[in-house]
Design a protein around this ligand. Structure first.
Ligand SMILES: NC(=O)C1=CN([C@@H]2O[C@H](COP(=O)(O)OP(=O)(O)OC[C@H]3O[C@@H](n4cnc5c(N)ncnc54)[C@H](O)[C@@H]3O)[C@@H](O)[C@H]2O)C=CC1
Ligand SMILES: O=C(O)[C@@H](O)C(=O)[C@H](O)[C@@H](O)CO
Length: 321
């Protein structure tokens, strides 16, 4: 009998999680306060899974029809959680909406069901401190679009029972995602702290007239991005010199002085925002966003195929285990 997972919130991320869990054979029950969101989710998921099967990019061993049959919707929150070993919360990143949704969920969830939040930045202890099920609360933060970008950040609150993040990590590995387990909570977790430092700096470079939007994005897509598609920042540095000590002997003082020169964090508003929006829309008009997302997903699909090829290459250069 397939294990069941509940999904609270059937928007972009709830739909992605539903597809990922079903790809590994879990039964999925979608709930939303807007019933039309559930209906829309079921329709969109069916069409996406069929398309993925046609293009041989469907994840897991089950057919699209088998995966679709595992996913159902409900307009009743208790029905969504009944029999589920985990509920993945995917409500908007607006704190009071999310907290209300979690309180409603907390009222119907029974032990040992895990409450797992998709939140991008809110600390698990902020979200769960008043919940009766707080010891089984954890963050499992995906990256958009989760079907093509596999990282999931698992973040416990100080009082989360130890078995919970362990079980969620195993679940993420089972569905083919790549989990990282934060040892303690911190605002923004890891990915968004790094992403926001990058966003702040590219914003500053456009705001100060150093690069235009097209070129500053190329710095990522043609510069740092290709390396970071296969190597982390530390390994990149380790390989760029004769190891980290050698790298720091060469560059640490420069890194420090350049970083010191960066000045205060720019505010993403006002004339600077208008300027960036204008330049972005000259390249990607708002009415073309969905088409561009489809292009993005096609590129990520090709990258995932390439990463599989890379992962099949003999691994060399690592210390003997
Ligand atoms: N969009 C993204 O790129 C990413 C988003 N996330 C996180 O995932 C979460 C969901 O984001 P999205 O899917 O983009 O939002 P969304 O706005 O697409 O979907 C949210 C859904 O929650 C529903 N909802 C609102 N209140 C509810 C309640 N009390 N009970 C049940 N459903 C309720 C809404 O009707 C809507 O269907 C957020 O915390 C977000 O930060 C995480 C990674 C990436
Ligand atoms: O960037 C992502 O995909 C995720 O890390 C997110 O959580 C959201 O997009 C976030 O960055 C919005 O600030």
């Amino acid at each position: 009998m397939a294990e069941t997972i509940g999904i609270l919130g059937s928007g972009l991320i709830g739909r992605s999680w539903a597809m990922l869990f079903a790809s590994a054979g879990y039964k999925v029950k979608l709930f939303d306060i807007e019933p039309k969101q559930v209906q829309g989710a079921l329709k969109e998921i069916e069409s996406q899974l069929k398309e993925l099967e046609k293009t041989k990019l469907l994840r897991g061993k089950l057919s699209a029809a088998q995966q679709i049959a595992l996913i159902s919707g409900t307009s009743n929150l208790k029905d969504c959680v009944t029999g589920a070993f985990l509920v993945q919360e995917c409500t908007p990143e607006i704190l009071d909406i999310k907290m209300k949704a979690l309180r409603d969920l907390d009222a119907v969830v029974q032990a040992p069901t895990i409450i797992s939040s998709s939140t991008s930045t809110h600390m698990p202890s902020v979200l769960s401190k008043d919940l009766k099920n707080k010891e089984r609360f954890v963050v499992a933060h995906p990256v958009n679009p989760p079907y093509y970008v596999r990282l999931v950040e698992i973040v416990p609150a100080p009082y989360t029972e130890e078995w919970v993040p362990v079980k969620v990590r195993t679940l993420m590995e089972t569905i083919g995602q790549v989990p990282v387990s934060l040892k303690k909570e911190i605002a923004g977790f890891s990915l968004n702290r790094i992403q926001y430092v990058i966003l702040n700096e590219v914003w500053r470079q456009v705001q100060e007239g150093i690069l235009d939007v097209a070129d500053v994005d190329k710095v990522m897509s043609e510069g740092l991005g290709p390396r970071y598609a296969f190597l982390g920042a530390l390994e990149t540095a380790h390989l760029n010199a004769e190891g980290m000590v050698s790298y720091c002997e060469r560059y640490a003082s420069t890194i420090y002085s350049v970083s010191q020169s960066m000045g205060p964090i720019p505010h993403m508003e006002g004339k600077a925002l208008e300027n960036i929006q204008k330049q972005m829309c000259e390249r990607i008009p708002l009415e073309k966003l969905q088409e561009r997302r489809q292009w993005r997903d096609a590129c990520l699909t090709k990258l995932s195929v390439l990463k599989k090829e890379v992962e099949s290459l003999p691994v060399t250069g690592l210390a003997k285990k």
